[in-house]
Design a protein around this ligand. Structure first.
Ligand code: CIR
Length: 253
């Protein structure tokens, strides 16, 4: 069960955030509306939502997931791999410390984005991506193992972040797309396969009684529902334009 979530309102500079997509610039007003709906959905799922004030200094700072890895007993503040995002951890640290006494840090030259970390029960998978390097992954692995978790490092081939292409829904069930469909590290889990034309929908989040999914991916929605989950659809068009998805917009713990 997740009791808490942390989100951060997009700031006026959100439209200038990093992207690799060619979907055009996001519309701020629409992003703010979609963010409000996201907060409501997290409340519907039964979490207490902490909404942090926007920061115009950091255009991508609404994607809070990248700043930390949270477990029931401790937090790890990451060291985001994009230079323009690294300072986001300064604003996040007090919020995390208001919930956690035990806080670890990923230190340079280690770089790590929370979007590269997937927890499946007591096992963490750590993606190596354009944002998370071997040193950052290794530091996190050692922290997790010292706390009696298992950790596996997974070099990515194409996906932006690990969780761009995989989500854990509980009950040993994962949602997978692209390079993760036949990936040996995930072969033992029950799989809900996302068809290539719906790849973006692999970034969904199980929050207590619901799986929150992006709107507009009917095949994935149907497969998740057939597996026995109740879905809640949200429009994420303005976050997709900056390579963001549902997991990126919150820290859940
Ligand atoms: C970035 O490039 O960092 C942001 N525009 C998107 C971050 C998405 N975060 C995530 O997948 N966890």
């Amino acid at each position: 069960m997740f009791k808490h979530t942390i989100v951060k309102t997009p700031g006026k500079t959100y439209i200038n955030g990093l992207t690799t997509s060619n979907l055009g610039a996001p519309k701020l007003e629409k992003a703010l509306e979609q963010h409000k709906a996201y907060i409501e959905a997290l409340k519907t799922c039964g979490t207490e939502v902490t909404v942090l004030e926007s920061s115009d200094e950091f255009p991508d700072s609404t994607f809070v997931e990248d700043t930390a890895v949270l477990t029931p007993g401790f937090a790890v503040i990451s060291n985001p791999g994009a230079a323009s995002r690294n300072g986001e951890i300064r604003d996040m640290e007090p919020a995390i410390k208001s919930f956690y006494e035990k806080v670890y840090y990923i230190k340079a030259p280690g770089a790590l984005d929370g979007g590269d970390i997937l927890q499946i029960e007591d096992h963490f998978y750590i993606g190596i991506s354009a944002r998370t390097n071997q040193e950052g992954a290794q530091q996190l692995k050692e922290i997790l193992e010292s706390e009696n978790y298992k950790a596996t490092i997974v070099p990515l081939k194409k996906f932006f972040h690990l969780k761009t292409g995989i989500a854990y829904l509980g009950n040993q069930t994962i949602v997978v797309a692209g390079e993760f469909i036949d990936h040996p590290d995930f072969h033992s889990y029950k799989k809900i396969i996302v068809p290539p034309e719906e790849e973006y929908a692999a970034n969904c989040i199980r929050v207590n009684g619901y799986v929150i999914i992006p709107a507009g991916y009917p095949e994935t929605k149907q497969r998740i529902e057939e597996a026995g989950y109740q879905t809640l659809e949200l429009d994420t068009s303005e976050f997709r334009k900056l390579d963001g998805g549902l997991s990126c917009l919150s820290l859940r713990f």
